[in-house]
Design a protein around this ligand. Structure first.
Ligand code: ZN
Length: 165
């Protein structure tokens, strides 16, 4: 259990790091989306016919308005992003540090065991709650529970193969 606990703490730090990195990528994707929206409307604007026809004039006006809104949304996002990105970068630094600290407590054997399960399961290590594996939600057998309580080395779920903590 002790080995699993250490692995668990490291795993949580790693997950937090992944999440923060994803948040950064999401900001990037959102910026692209807003910028593309502006570019699309600008293109439409260039292609819109200029004429005295009231109907076409109205259409052009509406398009202009749409473009104005899209540019505003993009600019607002860029401003907001500066602060948000600074926060996420700080989070990433913190999680990186935490992860490397926890990694110092793990030996190669433990990490290798984790990687083996990680190759086939997205959540390679899961908690035992209500006598069940929270990875596959199946109740552990009494002997497995006893083994898990006693164990100083890693114990795996019989059903899904995940490391139990
Ligand atoms: Zn399981």
């Amino acid at each position: 259990m002790i080995a699993a606990k250490r692995l668990w703490r490291w795993h949580l730090a790693k997950e937090k790091l992944t999440k923060a990195e994803q948040a950064l990528a999401d900001l990037e994707a959102e910026e692209h989306r807003l910028r593309d929206a502006v570019a699309r409307l600008e293109q439409k604007m260039r292609e819109a016919p200029v004429s005295d026809e009231p109907e076409q004039q109205i259409a052009r006006m509406l398009l202009e308005q749409e473009l104005y809104m899209a540019r505003r949304a993009w600019e607002d996002f860029l401003q907001w992003r500066v602060d948000r990105e600074a926060v996420v970068h700080q989070e990433i630094q913190r999680h990186l540090w935490e992860k490397s600290q926890l990694e110092d407590d793990l030996d190669q054997q433990l990490l290798a065991a984790y990687e083996r399960v990680a190759a086939i399961k997205r959540q390679p290590i899961v908690e035992v709650r209500n006598k069940s594996c929270t990875g596959c939600n199946l109740t552990l057998s009494l002997s497995k529970l006893a083994e898990w309580r006693r164990a100083r080395e890693l114990v795996y779920c019989d059903e899904c193969g995940r490391i139990l903590v």
